[in-house]
Design a protein around this ligand. Sequence first.
Ligand SMILES: [Zn+2]
Length: 339
Amino acid sequence: MSEFTLKTRLLAALEGKPVDKVPVCAVTQTGIVELMDKVGAAWPEAQTNPELMAKLAIANYELSGLEAVRLPYCLTVLGEAMGCEINMGTKNRQPSVIASPFPKNLDGAAVPADLLQRNRIPAVLEAIKIVREKVGPDVPIIGGMEGPVTLASDLISVKSFMKWSIKKTDLFEQALDISTEAAIAYANAMVEAGADIIAIADPVASPDLMSPDTFRQFLQSRLQKFSASVNSVTVLHICGKVNAILSDMADCGFEGLSVEEKIGSAKEGKEVIGDRARLVGNISSPFTLLPGPIDKIKAEAKTALEGGVDVLAPGCGIAPMTPLENIKAMVAARDEYYA
Ligand SMILES: [Zn+2]
């Protein structure tokens, strides 16, 4: 019998300690329609109701075999609590921000004193407690959320975020600081509720949107502050071809870096980050996990494992229409690799 539980293995793998086998899970969104139907917990209700939120999250551990429970399913919970207007989406579409509270200036912008009581934050904290009670102490819980950079752009709008990063850097930095403070408070509340790992997704920090120079000059220090202030193991996910900032990401203080297939191979990624952080990924969510076939999923998983990936996982959020069989194939590929 293994000396590891699912929790101790995942934490050890993220901390760079020796493990008997590479864990397989998702640090990005896990909700799929097939499981929503199977367990009777569908979006958008499962985005707001703690019982349903927990039920759907547990399904991906119990029925798909992913070795962690990850929740919730969007990047808008904190933004909503900070004043963004949200469209709750549909059964197969995630919630999204449709209006920003501070697009012109930051007059009156601050982290509200009652942040943790606002909107869906109590539901997420309650769902984490329900999951812990149902799965017991040995299954890791991953609390997912938008990162401080993405939150800042949600608060002031993407347009102002781009503009202020060049022309109004004082306001730009102020928005980042408010967001970082809010993100730390929310993350630590999730840890308090029972999350073992906090995984932030920060798509707006991607070189697809912000220049590597801006990342180094303004964004990196906020991400460093976040990882240093959150009382758990942390994972940083940034979408897209992040090669131009991958080395800088490795200096942000997160135990894990979650990347897409767009970086090239896991092997190349490992060479860049060295022992500064662990690599999580990088099975293509839209091009492999969603369409399959099973053989391709297994082949890509094997390449990632041979390349030295520390946690086998989808490269980005799992597409809601992904078949359950395909997620199971990723888990099976890991098992076959060690058989
Ligand atoms: Zn992504």
